[in-house]
Each structure stands twice: as C-alpha cells, then as structure tokens.
Write a protein that binds this ligand. Structure first.
Ligand SMILES: Nc1ncnc2c1ncn2[C@@H]1O[C@H](COP(=O)(O)OP(=O)(O)OP(=O)(O)O)[C@@H](O)[C@H]1O
Ligand SMILES: O=C(O)[C@@H](O)C(=O)CO
Length: 420
C-alpha cells in the first residue's frame, strides 16, 4: 500500500476513492479499521470512519487507530479526508484530528485544502466558496450539526488546533509546484505548520499534489488527491487499474434515501415521478406503525421496478420531527431502519443499492457488515460505483449534495448495466 487515507465519513471516503481511481490507482475502501492486513494489490487504502460529528476524543482515537493500521500496511504518505465544505465546529473534529495525526506520523507540516472545483468548492484568499457564495452564505450556515458561520478557513480552524495556521495565497499557487512548496516551507519555518492553500481550478490541485510529493500528511477534500497518483507513477510504482467492471450486478436494485439536502430532495422528486416510492414518516417509525419488515414487504412487491424508500423531507418537517422525538434519537431510529431494510433486501436477492446521505450510507454499509469496498468507475463527480469485496453487491454511496436531478436513474444504470 502506497497511500493511506482516513475519511471522516463513508460517502466522502468513496468520493476520495473516485478521484484516486480516476487518476489510475487501485483503491479499496474499508468500513472502519480492518482487523486483517490489506490484499497485496491495494495501492490506496481508505479507512472510512463515522467520525465527522462524534465527540472529539472519539474522532481522534478512531483516526489514530486507522493511522496505525495504515502504517502497518507500509504506507509512505497519508491523507486525512474531510468535507469540501469543511464541516466542523470550533471544537473540532478537523483540527484535533490533524494535530493527532501530525504527531503520530511525525509530520512537520499539513496542507489544509478542502477545494473541489468540480463540485463548486473553491478556496481563495483563505476563504471557502460554494459556487459563487461564501461558505457562510451557501446554506451551510444552517447545517444542523456543523453550522459553518465563518468562511475564513484560517479563522475557523484556529480554535480547533494547538498550532498556528498559515496560508499560501492563490498568486503563489498559480506560479506552480515549486512556488507552492516554497510557500508552505516559509509558513512552516515561521511556526505555522497547518497551511491553508488556495485552489480554484483542477490545475491548482495538480500543482499542489506535485508540491506535496514528499509530505508525510495531506489534509483536505478529495480535490487535492488529484495530483498524488502522478508522483507514484513517476517512480514506476503503479500497476494500473484493472478494467473488469463489466460484471455489474444483474439482480434487482433499490434506492434508499435518508438525506434531506436540497439536491437529494430534487433527486427524490424526479425519481418518484417514474418509479414506485415509499415515503417513511418518522412518527410512524417512532411508534412502531412502520417497521423495516413492513417496508421490506412493500419493496419485495415492487422489486422489478427499482423502488425507492425515503425519509428525505424539507427542513421544517425535519425540525418538527427532531423536536418531537429528539434529534439524535430520531436520526438513530431512521438509520437503524435503513440498515435493517438493506439487510432484508440483500437477503431477498438485491444486488444493487443506491444510498443517499453520508450518515445513511454509513448505517447501511455497517448494517450489512461489509468490510471492504472496491472503488469502480465514476457515476457523477464525487460518486463512484463500488463493489462489496467477496459479495455479489454493487453500491453507489451518494453525499447529500452530489449528483444532478437524474442521479438515481444514472446510478442504477451504472450498477446494473445498460441493459436494465
Ligand atoms: N424526515 C427526517 N426527520 C428527521 N431526521 C431525518 C429525516 N430523514 C433523515 N433524517 C436524518 O438526517 C440525517 C441525514 O444525514 P445524512 O448524512 O444521511 O444526509 P446528508 O447530511 O444530506 O448527507 P451528507 O452528510 O453526505 O452531506 C440522518 O441522520 C437521518 O437519519
Ligand atoms: O467532500 C465532500 O463534499 C464529500 O465528499 C463529503 O464528504 C460530503 O459528506
């Protein structure tokens, strides 16, 4: 294994896997820290954690366990993947995890760059933009768990870390890899080892990747991984990605959506117009009127038409459900429902699963006790098809904000083949 990655959620981890596979590396995503060594052909191992919004100490412990396993696999470079919208609070978890990883890995510097231009996330003058809006005016200021109220990454990260935060500005990035490397070294020499680096185009990310050739640790969104495979290729270390994806699952497929993001809700609305769909009311789950067994019966009756089961709802409905049942309690109930439903579906012969939402996808993948996912071809920016190792199951784990309105249909074609 050459590159060891730690992802703070499941969909984000497959987003990173997508970038690295497209650039020519053999990628496996692990569901939590594996107990066994990796297969010898794996060039990139991504340990996917559910650590974005857990208490700081737990996020640090999980991330260090992942780092130890990746160290044992012989990785020479490490990557901490967080969200391209820098989802965190003044307490963490991005800063504390970077601090802990720099120490454990003996890294004297860590680039901080959530830019992902293909998804509209850019960093300029140390500020994070979503499309043409500052992060703090993009809707992310209302995020239920990690409201992002300051777009200045240097200011947002400062209270989260023990280290001063530096900056390499766009004009240095535009000057290319050497200028970026010099800029980072200047910041480190000045006592600012966590360095926010501007990036607004893929070519900036490629240059950052070249500049970071010898960095022990990088941190960011999937974007700055774009330039890393070329470094390994230059050294003749890559075997090339096997092109064996044609064997996608021929069995039935199901879409499960627990994401309530604006994009997912428009995807649900589009899909409902042409497919059987079952909307789950959280109140019914809470009082037992709806169960995974009942929903599974409905799904089995519609299996030929790739049915959708969803709890996706607008912010007012979500807020009301949270007030009635408690935010964490209702989330746990819904996630448990999807996990059990997925188990029933796989037992019923489903070979394709599309899941929407990071927490939802994490619950499903953990509920199915999948241990490793091979990263396959891209379905949409940030979303690859993945195959469960050793099982006849193909999945698409979609982050809340990713994909266009037709995403579910597009994903089913990718998972089941063009013949569906
Ligand atoms: N109708 C609802 N009412 C209350 N909570 C809900 C409802 N539907 C889903 N949830 C919960 O909201 C959370 C949605 O988070 P999830 O990570 O799955 O989606 P997301 O935040 O849109 O995606 P991402 O993290 O990839 O951006 C889950 O914990 C889910 O259980
Ligand atoms: O970086 C992103 O935006 C995604 O991979 C993600 O982590 C969303 O949860």
């Amino acid at each position: 294994m050459l590159l060891g990655c730690i992802g703070d959620d499941f969909t984000g981890s497959s987003d990173l896997g997508n970038t690295l596979r497209k650039a020519g590396m053999r990628v496996t995503q692990y569901v939590g820290v594996p107990k066994e060594p990796a297969a010898p052909e794996v060039e990139v191992g991504i340990v996917a954690l559910k650590s974005r919004t857990v208490p700081v100490a737990k996020a640090v412990r999980l991330s260090l366990d992942a780092a130890d396993w990746l160290l044992a696999q012989g990785c020479r470079q490490f990557f901490f993947k967080y969200c391209s919208t820098f989802d965190s609070t003044p307490e963490g978890n991005i800063g504390p995890v970077i601090d802990a990883l720099t120490e454990r890995l003996g890294a004297d510097r860590a680039i901080v760059c959530p830019a992902f231009p293909a998804a509209g996330r850019t960093v300029y003058a140390g500020h994070l933009f979503v499309g043409d809006r500052l992060l703090s005016e993009s809707g992310m200021e209302n995020h239920p768990l990690t409201p992002m109220r300051d777009p200045d990454l240097r200011r947002w990260l400062a209270p989260q870390t023990r280290h001063p935060v530096g900056h390499v500005a766009a004009r240095e990035v535009f000057a290319g890899a050497e200028a970026i490397a010099a800029g980072v070294s200047r910041e480190v020499a000045a006592g600012r080892p966590l360095v926010v680096v501007d990036a607004i185009r893929d070519e900036d990310l490629l240059a950052i990747g070249r500049a970071a050739r010898d960095h022990r640790l990088l941190t960011g969104g999937s974007g700055i991984a774009l330039g890393l495979p070329a470094n390994f290729r230059d050294e003749g270390l890559l075997a090339g990605v096997a092109d064996d994806w044609s064997a996608a699952g021929a069995g039935p497929a199901v879409v499960l959506s627990g994401s309530c993001s604006t994009m997912t809700r428009s995807q649900v609305a589009r899909y409902v117009a042409g497919h059987p769909a079952l909307e789950i009311d959280p109140d019914d789950l809470a009082d037992g009127r709806m169960t995974a067994a009942l929903a599974a019966g409905w799904v089995r009756a519609h299996l030929a038409d790739a049915p959708l089961v969803y709890t996706s709802a607008d912010p007012d409905a979500v807020r009301a459900a949270q007030e009635r049942h408690g935010r964490d309690a209702i989330a746990a109930r819904i996630e448990g429902f999807f996990a059990e439903l997925a188990r029933e579906m796989v037992a019923a012969g489903v070979t394709g699963l599309v899941t929407a939402g990071g927490e939802t996808s994490g619950a499903v993948v953990e509920g199915l006790a999948l241990q490793a996912l091979e990263i396959g071809p891209e379905i949409a920016p940030g979303v690859p098809a993945v195959r469960a190792s050793g099982r006849p199951l193909w999945l698409a784990l979609k982050s809340g904000n990713f994909g266009d309105a037709d995403f579910f249909e597009t994903a089913l074609v990718a998972l089941q083949g063009a013949g569906r």
